[in-house]
Design a protein around this ligand. Structure first.
Ligand SMILES: [Zn+2]
Ligand SMILES: [Zn+2]
Length: 279
């Protein structure tokens, strides 16, 4: 069925959308909401590709609403601000991450844990706005978002490098900060060296930690040691290497997504050490 000319006119946002679980994206036009008093409109210049985008595009969670516009590692330039916006001005570089809205009143929102909003958080892709409409992500020309869910990006920071920090970056940064792992002299193990793992190594080195990367694949060794400057690289199936690390680590961050046992890693932690699962 053809839509009416009026409807065509109102489709102000150009995007790439999945129409089914084939994994293919095709051009799609839709109407973004208008800018309310506390909202900003962001012209999107960069957007990362996260595995969650693939998961939802291919309907692996069996809850994708098509058409789906993926993308939740968004960087762009503010082009319009609502009347009561205080944090941003036109021309600012900003980032938008995995969620667009929450109640802003419950105890978790008040504690800056909006992702756990007791009334339900509005995710950036395949999420539901309070009015019941479905969110569309960052593989699109612009996005409109409440200023609370928008983050300033320093002017000289390369926007292409900022984008992956909005999901992959925060996923490893958050537990490291929460468990006070950002103290030099501490030791960390990073399981898996993909999108999340390599970020964990970079943060850990920036914090001054001793970093051991665990992988099942020797092909990651060069990246771990030469490129990312990890201190140690261990093949997790090597019993001798693993035994040598017994009770030596303060913190382990497990970024591997496949099914795998934790027991052998738990024995590497010092007393009171922490194993965080983010994969
Ligand atoms: Zn993500
Ligand atoms: Zn809330």
């Amino acid at each position: 069925m053809r839509s009416s000319p009026d409807k065509e006119m109102s489709k102000n946002c150009h995007a790439w959308a999945a129409r089914d679980d084939s994994g293919l994206l095709s051009p799609y036009e839709f109407e973004r909401r208008g800018v309310e008093s506390d909202h900003v409109s962001v012209r999107i210049t960069h957007c990362g590709i996260c595995y969650a985008d693939v998961v939802y595009t291919r309907n692996k969670m069996k809850k994708t609403v098509y058409p789906l516009v993926p993308g939740h590692e968004i960087v762009g330039i503010v082009t319009e601000v609502g009347g009561s916006v205080g944090k941003f001005k036109i021309g600012d570089y900003v980032g938008v991450g995995t969620y667009l809205d929450s109640c802003r009143a419950c105890e978790n929102c008040e504690d800056a844990q909006e992702i756990y909003c007791l009334k339900g958080v509005t995710m950036t892709i395949n999420g539901t706005y309070q009015d019941g409409s479905i969110t569309q992500g960052g593989y699109s020309s612009f996005i409109v978002v409440h200023e609370r869910y928008c983050y300033k990006i320093p002017e000289k920071y390369p926007p292409a490098l900022a984008a992956p920090l909005l999901c992959a970056g925060i996923t490893v940064y958050s537990p490291m900060i929460h468990h006070k792992t950002n103290e030099p002299e501490k030791s960390i193990g990073v399981i898996g060296l993909g999108g999340l793992g390599h970020m964990a190594v970079k943060f850990a080195k920036a914090f001054g930690l001793t970093v051991t990367v665990f992988s099942t694949s020797i092909s990651k060794k060069d990246d771990a040691l030469s490129l990312l400057k990890a201190d140690n690289f261990v093949i997790s199936s090597d019993k001798e290497q693993m035994a040598a690390l017994s009770k030596t680590l303060d913190f382990i961050i497990d970024t591997a997504s496949g099914d795998h046992p934790f027991d052998l890693y738990l024995s590497l932690l010092k007393i009171g050490g922490v194993l965080a699962l983010v994969g």
